[in-house]
Design a binder for this molecule. Structure first.
Ligand code: GRF
Length: 195
């Protein structure tokens, strides 16, 4: 798969976060590899306290905080910045805001998200808690295209794991997060290869 990208220039990517930013960290590490098809040139946070902003700063990646008090105003700032940095791919990674239909249209087919469940099961928040409550045997994570319905766009790639009897919300969160860090780069490669 990777061979397809050798010699081609890397795509400009933006990562959108709201908090911890562990997926951002994994994407930054990945993007530094010679064979990575993307270059992260912008990090957007909806929260000025987001821990993840530190990874952007440590890596000298341009980062902005977009305050979502006034949504049209926030999206205008977002769009202007995305155009300025010639963004070709947007990776949502723990971004807790909803993008408007108008915004999505401007980046149609260019926005990916990672979700900590085996979609279409367990859309929305607190997935691990619900998975445990329902005594599921398996869980996992999904990278999908973003459309205007929450966690419902076309699935790019999933990874599944078995839930053990001793697992709880906390242990599942940790295990799935580790899987997420592996899945997101793989999903990006798959997505870009099939375009
Ligand atoms: C991840 O579990 C992701 O799947 C979900 O939000 C969490 C973000 O974690 N959408 P992090 O900020 O990447 O550490």
């Amino acid at each position: 798969l990777m061979a397809k990208f050798v010699g081609k220039s890397k795509l400009n990517a933006a990562v959108f976060i709201s908090g911890r930013g562990s997926n951002l960290r994994s994407l930054i590490n990945y993007s530094k590899k010679k064979l990575s098809p993307i270059k992260i040139v912008l990090v957007v946070s909806s929260n000025k306290e987001a821990q993840g902003l530190n990874y952007a700063k440590m890596n000298n990646i341009k980062n902005i905080v977009v305050i979502y008090k006034n949504i049209p105003k926030a999206e205008k700032k977002l769009l202007d910045t995305l155009v300025k940095y010639k963004i070709q791919l947007i990776c949502l990674a723990g971004f807790m805001k909803i993008l408007s239909k108008k915004f999505l249209l401007k980046f149609k087919g260019q926005i990916l998200n990672i979700h900590p469940s085996l979609l279409p099961n367990y859309k929305g928040l607190h997935t691990h808690k619900r998975v445990i409550e329902n005594k599921e045997k398996f869980t996992g994570c999904t990278v999908h295209l973003v459309n205007s319905c929450l966690d419902s766009g076309k699935i790019i790639l999933q990874k599944k794991i078995k839930i053990l009897r001793k697992d709880n919300e906390n242990s599942l969160t940790k295990k799935v997060l580790k899987l997420e860090h592996q899945l997101y780069p793989k999903a990006i490669v798959k997505f870009l290869s099939n375009r």
